[in-house]
Design a protein around this ligand. Structure first.
Ligand code: CS2
Length: 490
Protein backbone atom coordinates (compact mmCIF):
# COMPACT_ATOMS: atom_id res chain seq x y z
CA UNK A 1 0.00 0.00 0.00
CA UNK A 2 1.31 3.46 -0.88
CA UNK A 3 1.53 5.96 1.86
CA UNK A 4 3.08 9.34 2.25
CA UNK A 5 4.54 8.19 5.56
CA UNK A 6 7.57 5.94 6.21
CA UNK A 7 6.77 2.47 7.48
CA UNK A 8 6.76 1.84 11.23
CA UNK A 9 10.36 0.87 11.84
CA UNK A 10 12.01 -0.65 14.89
CA UNK A 11 15.21 1.34 14.38
CA UNK A 12 13.40 4.65 14.31
CA UNK A 13 11.57 3.97 17.52
CA UNK A 14 13.94 5.52 20.06
CA UNK A 15 13.12 8.95 18.71
CA UNK A 16 9.52 8.46 19.66
CA UNK A 17 10.12 6.25 22.65
CA UNK A 18 8.70 8.37 25.39
CA UNK A 19 5.46 9.04 23.70
CA UNK A 20 4.64 5.67 22.20
CA UNK A 21 6.46 3.06 24.24
CA UNK A 22 5.99 2.17 27.86
CA UNK A 23 9.74 1.79 28.51
CA UNK A 24 12.72 -0.37 27.62
CA UNK A 25 11.71 -3.92 26.82
CA UNK A 26 15.08 -5.50 25.97
CA UNK A 27 14.95 -8.66 23.88
CA UNK A 28 12.77 -11.19 25.67
CA UNK A 29 12.79 -14.71 24.24
CA UNK A 30 9.57 -16.33 23.09
CA UNK A 31 7.68 -17.96 25.96
CA UNK A 32 4.14 -17.92 24.57
CA UNK A 33 2.76 -19.32 21.33
CA UNK A 34 -0.58 -17.74 20.55
CA UNK A 35 -2.95 -19.53 18.17
CA UNK A 36 -5.35 -17.21 16.33
CA UNK A 37 -3.46 -13.99 15.70
CA UNK A 38 -6.34 -11.58 15.25
CA UNK A 39 -7.05 -8.05 16.36
CA UNK A 40 -8.50 -9.13 19.67
CA UNK A 41 -5.31 -10.83 20.79
CA UNK A 42 -3.21 -7.89 19.65
CA UNK A 43 -5.35 -5.43 21.63
CA UNK A 44 -5.77 -7.60 24.71
CA UNK A 45 -3.40 -10.38 25.82
CA UNK A 46 -0.44 -8.99 23.86
CA UNK A 47 -0.83 -5.61 25.55
CA UNK A 48 -1.09 -7.13 29.04
CA UNK A 49 1.96 -9.28 28.29
CA UNK A 50 3.97 -6.34 26.98
CA UNK A 51 3.16 -4.32 30.10
CA UNK A 52 3.85 -7.29 32.40
CA UNK A 53 7.29 -7.70 30.85
CA UNK A 54 7.93 -3.98 31.26
CA UNK A 55 6.89 -4.17 34.91
CA UNK A 56 8.55 -7.42 35.92
CA UNK A 57 10.64 -8.78 33.04
CA UNK A 58 10.62 -12.42 31.94
CA UNK A 59 11.00 -14.19 28.64
CA UNK A 60 7.41 -13.99 27.58
CA UNK A 61 7.57 -12.65 24.05
CA UNK A 62 4.86 -14.06 21.81
CA UNK A 63 4.89 -15.99 18.57
CA UNK A 64 1.52 -15.31 16.93
CA UNK A 65 0.13 -18.03 14.70
CA UNK A 66 -2.43 -17.66 11.93
CA UNK A 67 -4.22 -20.98 11.65
CA UNK A 68 -5.80 -20.55 8.26
CA UNK A 69 -3.84 -20.25 5.06
CA UNK A 70 -4.06 -16.44 5.13
CA UNK A 71 -0.70 -14.70 5.18
CA UNK A 72 -2.22 -11.19 5.38
CA UNK A 73 -1.25 -10.52 9.01
CA UNK A 74 2.25 -11.85 8.50
CA UNK A 75 2.65 -9.74 5.38
CA UNK A 76 1.49 -6.67 7.27
CA UNK A 77 3.63 -7.16 10.37
CA UNK A 78 6.88 -8.70 9.07
CA UNK A 79 8.10 -5.55 7.24
CA UNK A 80 7.60 -3.58 10.47
CA UNK A 81 9.47 -6.05 12.69
CA UNK A 82 6.12 -7.33 14.09
CA UNK A 83 5.51 -3.97 15.80
CA UNK A 84 2.05 -2.45 15.61
CA UNK A 85 0.03 0.37 17.11
CA UNK A 86 -2.90 0.06 19.44
CA UNK A 87 -5.20 3.01 18.91
CA UNK A 88 -7.24 3.53 22.06
CA UNK A 89 -10.27 5.66 21.47
CA UNK A 90 -12.78 6.96 23.92
CA UNK A 91 -15.38 9.66 23.52
CA UNK A 92 -12.93 12.49 24.13
CA UNK A 93 -9.49 11.01 24.02
CA UNK A 94 -7.18 9.11 21.76
CA UNK A 95 -3.95 7.37 22.64
CA UNK A 96 -1.44 5.37 20.63
CA UNK A 97 0.76 2.67 22.07
CA UNK A 98 3.31 0.63 20.15
CA UNK A 99 3.32 -3.02 21.11
CA UNK A 100 6.48 -5.10 20.78
CA UNK A 101 5.46 -8.26 22.63
CA UNK A 102 4.86 -10.19 19.41
CA UNK A 103 8.26 -11.16 18.06
CA UNK A 104 7.38 -13.74 15.43
CA UNK A 105 4.42 -14.54 13.20
CA UNK A 106 3.82 -17.95 11.63
CA UNK A 107 1.18 -19.09 9.16
CA UNK A 108 0.48 -22.63 10.34
CA UNK A 109 -0.40 -24.33 7.05
CA UNK A 110 2.77 -22.94 5.43
CA UNK A 111 5.20 -23.21 8.35
CA UNK A 112 4.08 -26.32 10.14
CA UNK A 113 7.57 -27.67 10.88
CA UNK A 114 8.71 -24.41 12.38
CA UNK A 115 5.55 -24.22 14.46
CA UNK A 116 5.88 -27.79 15.74
CA UNK A 117 9.54 -27.22 16.60
CA UNK A 118 8.62 -24.14 18.61
CA UNK A 119 5.79 -25.92 20.41
CA UNK A 120 8.24 -28.64 21.39
CA UNK A 121 10.79 -26.15 22.72
CA UNK A 122 10.92 -26.03 26.56
CA UNK A 123 11.14 -22.23 26.50
CA UNK A 124 7.49 -22.17 25.37
CA UNK A 125 5.55 -22.45 28.59
CA UNK A 126 2.13 -21.20 27.55
CA UNK A 127 0.06 -21.83 24.43
CA UNK A 128 -2.80 -19.35 24.38
CA UNK A 129 -5.75 -19.20 22.02
CA UNK A 130 -8.25 -16.82 20.47
CA UNK A 131 -9.63 -19.04 17.75
CA UNK A 132 -13.29 -18.00 18.15
CA UNK A 133 -16.08 -20.43 18.96
CA UNK A 134 -15.54 -22.23 15.64
CA UNK A 135 -11.98 -23.24 16.44
CA UNK A 136 -12.93 -25.64 19.22
CA UNK A 137 -14.66 -28.16 16.90
CA UNK A 138 -17.14 -28.62 19.73
CA UNK A 139 -20.46 -30.32 19.07
CA UNK A 140 -23.27 -29.09 21.29
CA UNK A 141 -25.31 -32.19 20.36
CA UNK A 142 -22.88 -34.51 22.10
CA UNK A 143 -21.32 -32.00 24.47
CA UNK A 144 -17.85 -32.90 23.21
CA UNK A 145 -15.56 -33.06 20.20
CA UNK A 146 -17.25 -32.98 16.79
CA UNK A 147 -15.84 -36.16 15.25
CA UNK A 148 -17.60 -35.36 11.98
CA UNK A 149 -15.81 -32.04 11.60
CA UNK A 150 -13.72 -32.31 8.38
CA UNK A 151 -10.59 -30.97 10.09
CA UNK A 152 -10.95 -33.50 12.93
CA UNK A 153 -11.50 -36.36 10.47
CA UNK A 154 -8.41 -35.24 8.61
CA UNK A 155 -6.28 -34.86 11.73
CA UNK A 156 -7.22 -38.25 13.13
CA UNK A 157 -6.05 -39.78 9.86
CA UNK A 158 -2.91 -37.63 9.76
CA UNK A 159 -2.02 -36.82 13.37
CA UNK A 160 1.44 -35.59 12.37
CA UNK A 161 0.16 -32.85 10.07
CA UNK A 162 -2.74 -31.44 12.05
CA UNK A 163 -4.80 -28.44 10.99
CA UNK A 164 -7.40 -28.28 13.78
CA UNK A 165 -6.78 -26.77 17.19
CA UNK A 166 -7.29 -30.06 19.10
CA UNK A 167 -5.07 -31.87 16.56
CA UNK A 168 -2.28 -29.31 16.88
CA UNK A 169 -2.35 -29.27 20.66
CA UNK A 170 -2.31 -33.06 20.93
CA UNK A 171 0.58 -33.38 18.46
CA UNK A 172 2.55 -30.80 20.44
CA UNK A 173 1.69 -32.18 23.90
CA UNK A 174 2.72 -35.67 22.83
CA UNK A 175 6.24 -34.28 22.47
CA UNK A 176 6.09 -32.51 25.85
CA UNK A 177 5.57 -35.40 28.21
CA UNK A 178 8.19 -34.22 30.68
CA UNK A 179 7.14 -30.56 30.87
CA UNK A 180 3.77 -29.82 29.28
CA UNK A 181 2.95 -26.20 28.49
CA UNK A 182 -0.16 -24.58 29.95
CA UNK A 183 -3.04 -24.21 27.50
CA UNK A 184 -4.84 -20.91 27.91
CA UNK A 185 -8.18 -20.38 26.17
CA UNK A 186 -9.12 -16.71 25.70
CA UNK A 187 -12.34 -17.15 23.74
CA UNK A 188 -15.86 -16.14 24.64
CA UNK A 189 -17.11 -19.55 25.71
CA UNK A 190 -18.53 -20.52 29.06
CA UNK A 191 -15.91 -22.57 30.93
CA UNK A 192 -13.50 -22.07 28.05
CA UNK A 193 -10.61 -23.95 29.69
CA UNK A 194 -12.84 -26.87 30.53
CA UNK A 195 -14.28 -27.07 26.98
CA UNK A 196 -10.81 -26.93 25.48
CA UNK A 197 -9.54 -29.64 27.80
CA UNK A 198 -12.46 -31.83 26.86
CA UNK A 199 -11.99 -31.58 23.07
CA UNK A 200 -8.23 -32.08 23.41
CA UNK A 201 -8.59 -35.12 25.66
CA UNK A 202 -11.25 -36.65 23.38
CA UNK A 203 -9.08 -36.13 20.34
CA UNK A 204 -6.16 -37.80 22.11
CA UNK A 205 -8.40 -40.65 23.24
CA UNK A 206 -9.20 -41.50 19.64
CA UNK A 207 -5.48 -41.96 18.99
CA UNK A 208 -3.93 -43.17 22.18
CA UNK A 209 -5.81 -43.77 25.44
CA UNK A 210 -2.72 -43.49 27.58
CA UNK A 211 -1.77 -40.12 26.11
CA UNK A 212 -5.32 -38.92 26.78
CA UNK A 213 -5.11 -39.98 30.41
CA UNK A 214 -1.81 -38.19 30.82
CA UNK A 215 -3.20 -34.96 29.30
CA UNK A 216 -6.26 -35.13 31.53
CA UNK A 217 -4.09 -35.61 34.62
CA UNK A 218 -1.10 -33.39 33.91
CA UNK A 219 -1.91 -30.52 31.56
CA UNK A 220 -3.32 -27.27 32.96
CA UNK A 221 -6.17 -25.62 31.05
CA UNK A 222 -7.01 -22.51 33.08
CA UNK A 223 -10.26 -20.74 32.20
CA UNK A 224 -10.29 -17.00 31.58
CA UNK A 225 -12.68 -14.14 31.04
CA UNK A 226 -11.45 -11.64 28.47
CA UNK A 227 -13.01 -8.30 27.70
CA UNK A 228 -12.16 -5.42 25.40
CA UNK A 229 -14.15 -4.12 22.47
CA UNK A 230 -12.08 -4.33 19.30
CA UNK A 231 -13.77 -3.31 16.04
CA UNK A 232 -12.30 -4.27 12.66
CA UNK A 233 -9.49 -1.97 11.46
CA UNK A 234 -10.42 0.58 8.80
CA UNK A 235 -8.36 2.77 6.46
CA UNK A 236 -9.47 5.68 8.57
CA UNK A 237 -7.66 4.07 11.55
CA UNK A 238 -4.50 3.67 9.46
CA UNK A 239 -4.69 7.33 8.46
CA UNK A 240 -5.29 8.42 12.07
CA UNK A 241 -2.18 6.56 13.23
CA UNK A 242 -0.07 8.05 10.45
CA UNK A 243 -1.09 11.60 11.07
CA UNK A 244 -0.63 11.32 14.83
CA UNK A 245 2.75 9.60 14.73
CA UNK A 246 4.38 10.23 11.38
CA UNK A 247 4.73 6.55 10.39
CA UNK A 248 2.64 4.13 8.40
CA UNK A 249 1.37 1.04 10.20
CA UNK A 250 -0.17 -1.52 7.83
CA UNK A 251 -2.40 -3.00 10.52
CA UNK A 252 -3.03 -0.96 13.66
CA UNK A 253 -5.72 -2.11 16.11
CA UNK A 254 -8.46 0.27 17.25
CA UNK A 255 -9.95 -0.34 20.67
CA UNK A 256 -11.42 1.28 23.79
CA UNK A 257 -9.47 2.08 26.94
CA UNK A 258 -11.52 -0.35 29.05
CA UNK A 259 -9.99 -3.78 29.41
CA UNK A 260 -10.48 -6.69 31.74
CA UNK A 261 -8.89 -10.09 32.15
CA UNK A 262 -9.81 -12.58 34.85
CA UNK A 263 -7.62 -15.66 34.88
CA UNK A 264 -7.72 -18.89 36.81
CA UNK A 265 -4.26 -19.05 38.36
CA UNK A 266 -3.04 -22.49 37.22
CA UNK A 267 0.32 -22.16 35.47
CA UNK A 268 2.71 -24.95 36.46
CA UNK A 269 5.55 -23.54 34.35
CA UNK A 270 5.00 -19.93 35.37
CA UNK A 271 3.42 -16.96 33.62
CA UNK A 272 3.99 -13.26 32.98
CA UNK A 273 3.25 -10.95 35.91
CA UNK A 274 -0.16 -10.07 34.46
CA UNK A 275 -1.46 -9.23 37.93
CA UNK A 276 0.95 -6.29 37.98
CA UNK A 277 -0.88 -4.65 35.09
CA UNK A 278 -4.49 -5.08 36.05
CA UNK A 279 -5.38 -8.72 35.38
CA UNK A 280 -7.26 -10.51 38.17
CA UNK A 281 -5.86 -13.90 39.09
CA UNK A 282 -8.55 -15.95 40.82
CA UNK A 283 -9.42 -19.50 41.87
CA UNK A 284 -12.69 -19.60 39.97
CA UNK A 285 -13.49 -17.55 36.88
CA UNK A 286 -17.04 -18.84 36.42
CA UNK A 287 -18.97 -15.95 37.97
CA UNK A 288 -17.04 -13.33 35.97
CA UNK A 289 -17.22 -15.32 32.78
CA UNK A 290 -20.98 -15.79 33.00
CA UNK A 291 -21.53 -12.15 33.88
CA UNK A 292 -19.53 -11.00 30.89
CA UNK A 293 -20.99 -13.47 28.41
CA UNK A 294 -24.56 -12.81 29.42
CA UNK A 295 -24.42 -9.09 30.14
CA UNK A 296 -22.01 -7.89 27.45
CA UNK A 297 -22.07 -10.50 24.72
CA UNK A 298 -25.77 -11.30 25.19
CA UNK A 299 -26.80 -7.68 24.77
CA UNK A 300 -24.23 -7.18 22.01
CA UNK A 301 -25.78 -9.97 19.96
CA UNK A 302 -29.28 -8.64 20.65
CA UNK A 303 -28.25 -5.18 19.43
CA UNK A 304 -26.51 -6.75 16.45
CA UNK A 305 -29.55 -8.57 15.06
CA UNK A 306 -32.04 -5.85 15.93
CA UNK A 307 -29.55 -3.30 14.62
CA UNK A 308 -29.09 -4.99 11.24
CA UNK A 309 -32.87 -5.37 10.81
CA UNK A 310 -33.68 -1.89 12.06
CA UNK A 311 -30.88 -0.06 10.23
CA UNK A 312 -28.49 0.73 13.08
CA UNK A 313 -25.11 0.22 11.51
CA UNK A 314 -22.97 0.62 14.61
CA UNK A 315 -23.40 -0.11 18.30
CA UNK A 316 -23.12 3.53 19.35
CA UNK A 317 -25.90 4.47 16.89
CA UNK A 318 -28.03 1.64 18.18
CA UNK A 319 -27.65 2.51 21.84
CA UNK A 320 -28.27 6.20 21.12
CA UNK A 321 -31.82 5.21 20.22
CA UNK A 322 -33.81 5.78 23.44
CA UNK A 323 -36.03 2.74 22.91
CA UNK A 324 -33.16 0.37 22.23
CA UNK A 325 -31.28 1.86 25.18
CA UNK A 326 -34.27 1.16 27.42
CA UNK A 327 -34.62 -2.36 26.04
CA UNK A 328 -30.98 -3.23 26.66
CA UNK A 329 -30.90 -1.61 30.08
CA UNK A 330 -34.07 -3.38 31.20
CA UNK A 331 -32.91 -6.65 29.73
CA UNK A 332 -29.76 -6.43 31.82
CA UNK A 333 -31.46 -5.29 35.01
CA UNK A 334 -34.57 -7.42 34.98
CA UNK A 335 -33.72 -10.51 32.95
CA UNK A 336 -29.96 -11.12 33.03
CA UNK A 337 -28.64 -9.87 36.37
CA UNK A 338 -31.05 -12.02 38.42
CA UNK A 339 -29.55 -15.16 36.81
CA UNK A 340 -26.01 -14.36 37.95
CA UNK A 341 -24.40 -15.32 41.21
CA UNK A 342 -21.61 -12.88 41.84
CA UNK A 343 -19.37 -12.08 44.78
CA UNK A 344 -20.84 -9.47 47.15
CA UNK A 345 -18.09 -7.09 46.19
CA UNK A 346 -19.30 -7.03 42.58
CA UNK A 347 -21.34 -3.90 41.92
CA UNK A 348 -23.96 -5.18 39.49
CA UNK A 349 -25.58 -1.89 38.58
CA UNK A 350 -22.24 -0.18 38.12
CA UNK A 351 -21.24 -3.01 35.78
CA UNK A 352 -24.43 -2.50 33.79
CA UNK A 353 -23.98 1.26 33.57
CA UNK A 354 -20.40 0.90 32.52
CA UNK A 355 -21.46 -1.39 29.69
CA UNK A 356 -24.04 1.10 28.49
CA UNK A 357 -21.36 3.77 28.47
CA UNK A 358 -18.92 1.60 26.59
CA UNK A 359 -21.56 0.90 23.93
CA UNK A 360 -22.15 4.63 23.56
CA UNK A 361 -18.48 5.30 22.69
CA UNK A 362 -18.88 7.06 19.33
CA UNK A 363 -15.22 6.74 18.40
CA UNK A 364 -15.30 2.95 18.02
CA UNK A 365 -17.88 2.58 15.25
CA UNK A 366 -18.27 -1.08 16.08
CA UNK A 367 -20.39 -2.56 13.32
CA UNK A 368 -23.52 -4.50 14.25
CA UNK A 369 -22.88 -6.71 11.20
CA UNK A 370 -19.47 -7.69 12.62
CA UNK A 371 -21.05 -8.84 15.88
CA UNK A 372 -23.85 -10.60 13.98
CA UNK A 373 -21.40 -13.16 12.55
CA UNK A 374 -21.42 -16.76 13.81
CA UNK A 375 -24.77 -16.53 15.59
CA UNK A 376 -25.21 -20.31 15.56
CA UNK A 377 -22.26 -20.56 17.95
CA UNK A 378 -22.83 -17.36 19.88
CA UNK A 379 -26.50 -17.72 20.76
CA UNK A 380 -26.19 -20.62 23.23
CA UNK A 381 -23.66 -19.10 25.67
CA UNK A 382 -24.95 -15.55 25.26
CA UNK A 383 -28.73 -15.85 25.33
CA UNK A 384 -30.06 -19.39 25.53
CA UNK A 385 -28.53 -20.30 28.89
CA UNK A 386 -29.98 -17.14 30.41
CA UNK A 387 -33.42 -17.95 28.99
CA UNK A 388 -33.24 -21.51 30.34
CA UNK A 389 -32.41 -20.14 33.80
CA UNK A 390 -35.29 -17.67 33.64
CA UNK A 391 -37.71 -20.40 32.63
CA UNK A 392 -36.48 -22.63 35.47
CA UNK A 393 -37.11 -19.75 37.88
CA UNK A 394 -40.60 -19.17 36.45
CA UNK A 395 -39.53 -15.66 35.48
CA UNK A 396 -40.16 -13.51 32.39
CA UNK A 397 -37.74 -13.33 29.47
CA UNK A 398 -39.48 -11.33 26.73
CA UNK A 399 -36.50 -9.12 25.86
CA UNK A 400 -34.18 -12.11 25.63
CA UNK A 401 -36.75 -13.80 23.39
CA UNK A 402 -36.80 -10.73 21.18
CA UNK A 403 -33.04 -11.12 20.76
CA UNK A 404 -33.41 -14.74 19.64
CA UNK A 405 -36.32 -13.87 17.34
CA UNK A 406 -34.24 -11.08 15.80
CA UNK A 407 -31.52 -13.64 15.00
CA UNK A 408 -34.14 -15.83 13.29
CA UNK A 409 -35.46 -12.92 11.21
CA UNK A 410 -31.87 -11.87 10.44
CA UNK A 411 -31.41 -15.22 8.68
CA UNK A 412 -33.92 -14.11 6.03
CA UNK A 413 -31.16 -11.75 4.82
CA UNK A 414 -33.32 -8.69 4.39
CA UNK A 415 -33.46 -5.58 6.54
CA UNK A 416 -36.75 -3.90 7.38
CA UNK A 417 -36.05 -1.44 4.59
CA UNK A 418 -35.48 -4.34 2.18
CA UNK A 419 -31.72 -4.16 1.72
CA UNK A 420 -30.17 -7.57 1.34
CA UNK A 421 -26.95 -8.88 2.90
CA UNK A 422 -25.02 -12.11 3.33
CA UNK A 423 -24.60 -13.99 6.59
CA UNK A 424 -21.28 -15.14 7.92
CA UNK A 425 -21.60 -18.31 9.98
CA UNK A 426 -20.16 -21.83 9.75
CA UNK A 427 -23.77 -22.97 9.36
CA UNK A 428 -24.65 -20.17 6.90
CA UNK A 429 -25.68 -22.45 4.03
CA UNK A 430 -28.00 -24.52 6.17
CA UNK A 431 -29.45 -21.57 8.05
CA UNK A 432 -29.98 -19.65 4.80
CA UNK A 433 -31.77 -22.64 3.24
CA UNK A 434 -34.05 -23.11 6.23
CA UNK A 435 -34.89 -19.42 6.24
CA UNK A 436 -35.63 -19.39 2.50
CA UNK A 437 -37.70 -22.56 2.68
CA UNK A 438 -39.86 -21.02 5.38
CA UNK A 439 -40.95 -18.40 2.86
CA UNK A 440 -41.03 -16.01 5.80
CA UNK A 441 -43.72 -18.04 7.60
CA UNK A 442 -42.96 -17.48 11.27
CA UNK A 443 -44.12 -20.87 12.54
CA UNK A 444 -42.18 -22.76 9.88
CA UNK A 445 -39.11 -20.60 10.42
CA UNK A 446 -39.22 -21.05 14.17
CA UNK A 447 -39.85 -24.79 14.09
CA UNK A 448 -37.13 -25.57 11.59
CA UNK A 449 -34.56 -23.57 13.53
CA UNK A 450 -35.59 -24.92 16.92
CA UNK A 451 -34.97 -28.40 15.52
CA UNK A 452 -31.26 -27.67 15.18
CA UNK A 453 -29.76 -29.48 18.14
CA UNK A 454 -26.38 -27.86 17.44
CA UNK A 455 -27.96 -24.65 18.67
CA UNK A 456 -31.08 -25.34 20.76
CA UNK A 457 -30.99 -27.97 23.50
CA UNK A 458 -34.01 -30.29 23.28
CA UNK A 459 -35.39 -29.17 26.61
CA UNK A 460 -35.45 -25.51 25.68
CA UNK A 461 -36.68 -26.13 22.13
CA UNK A 462 -39.59 -28.13 23.50
CA UNK A 463 -40.55 -25.68 26.20
CA UNK A 464 -44.05 -24.34 25.62
CA UNK A 465 -43.53 -20.92 27.14
CA UNK A 466 -40.32 -20.42 25.16
CA UNK A 467 -42.11 -21.29 21.92
CA UNK A 468 -45.04 -19.04 22.66
CA UNK A 469 -42.87 -16.08 23.59
CA UNK A 470 -40.57 -16.58 20.63
CA UNK A 471 -43.39 -16.86 18.14
CA UNK A 472 -44.99 -13.71 19.52
CA UNK A 473 -41.73 -11.84 19.01
CA UNK A 474 -41.28 -13.22 15.50
CA UNK A 475 -44.78 -12.12 14.54
CA UNK A 476 -44.18 -8.71 16.00
CA UNK A 477 -40.89 -8.28 14.14
CA UNK A 478 -42.51 -9.46 10.91
CA UNK A 479 -45.51 -7.19 11.09
CA UNK A 480 -44.12 -4.10 12.82
CA UNK A 481 -40.40 -4.20 12.08
CA UNK A 482 -37.50 -4.02 14.52
CA UNK A 483 -37.78 -0.41 15.63
CA UNK A 484 -41.43 -0.58 16.60
CA UNK A 485 -40.95 -3.96 18.26
CA UNK A 486 -38.10 -2.58 20.32
CA UNK A 487 -40.32 0.25 21.46
CA UNK A 488 -43.13 -2.10 22.50
CA UNK A 489 -40.99 -4.72 24.23
CA UNK A 490 -38.54 -2.31 25.92
C1 CS2 B 1 -18.62 -9.21 20.29
C2 CS2 B 1 -17.33 -9.45 21.05
O1 CS2 B 1 -18.16 -9.63 18.02
C3 CS2 B 1 -18.72 -10.04 19.04
O2 CS2 B 1 -19.38 -11.06 19.04
O3 CS2 B 1 -19.70 -9.43 21.13
O4 CS2 B 1 -16.24 -9.56 20.23
C4 CS2 B 1 -17.10 -8.39 22.12
O5 CS2 B 1 -16.81 -7.13 21.55
C5 CS2 B 1 -15.97 -8.77 23.05
O6 CS2 B 1 -16.25 -10.02 23.62
C6 CS2 B 1 -15.77 -7.72 24.13
O7 CS2 B 1 -14.91 -8.18 25.08
Amino acid sequence: MNSAYPRLDALQLPAQANRLLGGELGSPAIGIVHLGLGSFHRAHQAVYTEEAMLAAGGDWAICGVTLRDHPAMQEALAPQDMLYSVLTRDRDSERIQIVRAIRQVLVAPRQRDELMALLRAPQVRIVSLTVTEKGYCYDARTGGLDFQHPAIEHDLQHPDSPSSVPGLLVAALRARRSNPFTVLSCDNLAHNGHVLRQVVVQFAQALDAELAEWIAAEVAFPSTMVDRIVPATTDEDRAAVSSATGYYDAWPVPTESFRQWVIEDKFPLGRPAWERVGAMLVDDVTPYELAKLRMLNGTHSTMAYLGVLGGFETVDRAIADPDLHALIRNMMTEEILPTLSLPDSFDRLAYRDQLLQRYANPALKHKTMQIAADGSLKLPPRLLGTIADRIAAGASFSRLALGVAAWMRFLLRRTDSSSSYEISDPMAARLGDLASQSGGDNVVLMNSLLDLREIFPAELAGNASFRTELLGMLERLASLGARRSIQIVA
